[in-house]
Design a protein around this ligand. Structure first.
Ligand code: HEM
Length: 228
């Protein structure tokens, strides 16, 4: 029998889509900061500050990204519905589930029935992405304190200077920030491919989960606890 399972809460889904938009804007504006691809229109003003404008929007969305990351950490720890994410950790440390999962991707086995909603490979991929988010936010904040010296920038200046030194100076920070972007640019297509693969090949409609919150599964005992 096919049953409908409630997987992602509304806040989690909203947070996910805000991140999608944020990252899109950050990649486009980031590319512009790295290599300005537009010329400002000709005016009598001595300077047009076009670069500062792009950087301003980059920062606005950068702070939204940081906020969504904090929300996600909060949800992962405290959200009742996110329990199915938390228990994925136990699948992650189970060798049996690892073997079954690899066999499934090699098209020679069935999808394992783990306790959580993420398989071990997914879990490790999301963990790496989290570390990447942390690194891009840290390097972004270091770059930020060198642009805005008052207010929040002034507050974080002294706190972030040691990290800047550890990375070998501001030029390196910028380089690390840029390279980190490419981790996302590789991750995003793989992430979409895997989501579609699991949804279609696994016949679970798991892509739906991030839109409606629900997926579809053949009934198993272990799924009953998530049922709503
Ligand atoms: C997905 C997230 C992000 C991506 C893809 C991204 C991408 C980029 C890229 C490609 C650059 C140009 C680096 C270069 O010069 O080669 C840049 C610069 C910069 N980013 Fe980000 N960034 C992200 C997040 C953030 C965050 C969270 C902040 C801070 C809140 C931030 C603040 C900055 C600043 C201040 C600069 C430098 C501006 C300058 O050189 O004047 N970025 N970013």
């Amino acid at each position: 029998m096919i049953e409908r399972i409630y997987e992602f809460s509304g806040v989690l889904r909203f947070n996910h889509w805000v991140r999608v938009v944020t990252m899109l804007v950050l990649v486009v504006t980031g590319f512009y900061i790295a290599k300005p691809f537009l010329t400002p229109y000709v005016t009598d003003e001595p300077v047009n500050f076009m670069n500062a404008l792009w950087r301003f929007w980059h920062l606005v969305f950068g702070f939204i990204l940081i906020a969504t990351t904090l929300v996600k950490i909060y949800l992962f720890i405290f959200d009742r519905q996110s329990k199915n994410e938390r228990v994925s950790f136990f699948d992650f440390i189970s060798p049996k589930i690892w073997i079954q999962q690899i066999k499934y991707y090699m098209l020679i086995g069935k999808h394992p029935h783990g306790r959580g909603i993420y398989n071990p490979l997914q879990f490790i991929a999301y963990f790496i992405i989290f570390m990447t988010l942390f690194l891009i936010s840290l390097t972004g904040m270091i770059l930020y304190v060198h642009v805005y010296h008052d207010g929040l920038g002034g507050f974080f200046y002294e706190i972030l200077r040691p990290f800047e030194m550890l990375m070998g100076g501001l030029a390196n920070v910028r380089e690390i920030h840029h390279i980190t972007m490419w981790i996302f640019l590789f991750f995003i297509p793989v992430h979409i491919y895997m989501a579609v693969f699991n949804s279609l090949y696994g016949k679970s409609g798991s892509m739906d989960a991030i839109f409606s919150g629900y997926t579809w599964h053949t009934q198993h005992k272990e799924h009953k606890e998530h049922k709503k």
